[in-house]
Design a protein around this ligand. Structure first.
Ligand code: HEC
Length: 126
């Protein structure tokens, strides 16, 4: 009989392997947010979008980050302001939401934060 913590390690390993064989492009398997739910969504750029990208994306994806410190983030992929995020909406949805996200490369945001990101992206990014 394995102990519960051994089982957790095994589950984590299985989950990690699942990422390797999953959708390489990103984890965009989160279903679209129900438009009715958007009626009550309180998320906007100031209270959610900006802090989310400050915490999780702008360390690499900002035109203020010098070329040598972007950790290979493409020079033209910057999330400096709300307009940039609107422009990159579809790719952000693909790379950073769902169960197999590929951004940030080392992970970080919780599942709940990623669900909120999907909600903000799907509800019009107000
Ligand atoms: C540690 C640095 C780093 C952080 C933090 C980071 N990225 Fe990236 N990003 C990269 C690198 C490197 C690439 C190019 C390789 C690739 O596409 O996987 C990239 C490419 C991208 C692209 C362009 C390629 C495409 O799929 O269209 C998007 C969009 C993107 N990242 C979104 C994000 C989002 C959203 C976040 C925050 C949730 C984020 N990244 C955080 C390093 C980073």
């Amino acid at each position: 009989m394995r102990s519960w913590h051994e089982l957790i390690v095994i589950a984590a390993l299985v989950a990690a392997c699942g990422n390797d064989v999953g959708i390489p492009e990103g984890g965009d398997d989160a279903p679209p947010i129900d438009p009715d739910a958007c009626e009550t969504s309180f998320l906007d750029y100031n209270n959610f979008g900006a802090p989310f990208v400050v915490n999780w994306c702008r360390g690499c994806h900002s035109s203020a980050v010098p070329a040598g410190m972007r950790q290979d983030a493409p020079a033209d992929v910057n999330f400096d302001d709300a307009a940039d995020l609107v422009e990159w909406r579809e790719r952000i949805r693909t790379r950073a939401t769902g169960t197999k996200p590929t951004m940030p490369p080392a992970g970080g945001p919780t599942e709940t934060e990623r669900e909120l990101l999907a909600e903000w992206l799907d509800c019009g990014m107000k």
